[in-house]
Design a protein around this ligand. Sequence first.
Ligand SMILES: [Zn+2]
Length: 399
Amino acid sequence: MARFSFDLQARDGNARAGVLDFHNAGMAATEIHSAGMASYGNPQRENPSAPQELIVETPVFMPVGTRGTVKALSQQDLEELGYNLILGNTYHLYLRPGTKVLNDFGGLKNFMSWPRALLTDSGGYQAFSLSKLTKYRDDGVLFRSHIDGSAHLFSPSSVLDIQAAIGSDIVMPIDDCAPYPADSARLRESLKRTHDWLRASKEYWQKSGYDKTQSLFGIVQGGADASLRIESAEYCAALDLPGYSIGGLSVGEKNEEFRVALNAALSALPQEKPRYLMGVGSIPEILDAVAAGVDMFDCVLPTRNARNGQVFTSTGKVNLRNEKHASDTRPIDEACECKICRRYSVGYIRHLHKTQELLAYSLSTYHNLYFMKKFMADMRIAIQAGNFEDYYSEWMAVY
Ligand SMILES: [Zn+2]
């Protein structure tokens, strides 16, 4: 009962080009939006509807909209950039604005006026990494809010209820991501818990009827251990879910360990379902992961780095704060056709960063997300043309 269909269109080695078709999700978003209008009815408010076709071409990069906003950009900007799928963080949205406000608005899409597709994580990872007093128990993750210290439990059912209030199209189950490095006992414990919780999540997802409107992914864990990765992927695959995530990678392991663990996980996942590598998004990591057969990515790097004055260009990363850009009248990237590069000089954007002007953040973020969109789109073209290996080497030489 997945709310999207996934079609693999081309393969080049293990690299894949496909399409996620969210047609039904788009329709539902429009309906919810109209229904929501009545409750806070502002006749002057623009009521954007979902595009007739809501297609996401893979490999895809998803911008991170942690608290219902991709920092420094408007939803109009994201639409203009061509993003049809963004990510929200359950932990943050659960604490603020909270499920009552989200329910009152008919979900996050209504609340933030985003009629396109939305994916949410389970919140478990942030509950673990952001709060000080976290306890993994067999029934879930007990944590204290990093805002007011209040105690909460994220369980297999509660994180699905929260994601139902958010109204995301793709939802994640709670999992136990072992830190790196972890001994084999801890990895084994993480795997058992992740699998037990996934089974409970699938049962609850179906029992609650969430399976009719939201697609649940299984999460593969297993640290840097190839045999545990395979075991975990086989367990997830046997539950026959709409898609699969790979968690717990790019947490400090060596490049070689990253590749081995990733390839092991992918080898045991079905070809016809989308594969999502959670939280990974440097240029070399994306190239390696696409080479291994990953379809979906999210990462804060392009947006966070942009706010810190680091932009991605066709010739590598550029630090805008650098003195040498002070009188540079050229754009950030002469090869970039984004509206920022067509209009503003790197010297001016550097000045905005040095003086901490707010415009610095939106101009730099817009450019970086344009870069990512084009980087992924060109990669997809290379896969379709059977040129992925060349594409891989060209970019690896630059990044
Ligand atoms: Zn640009």
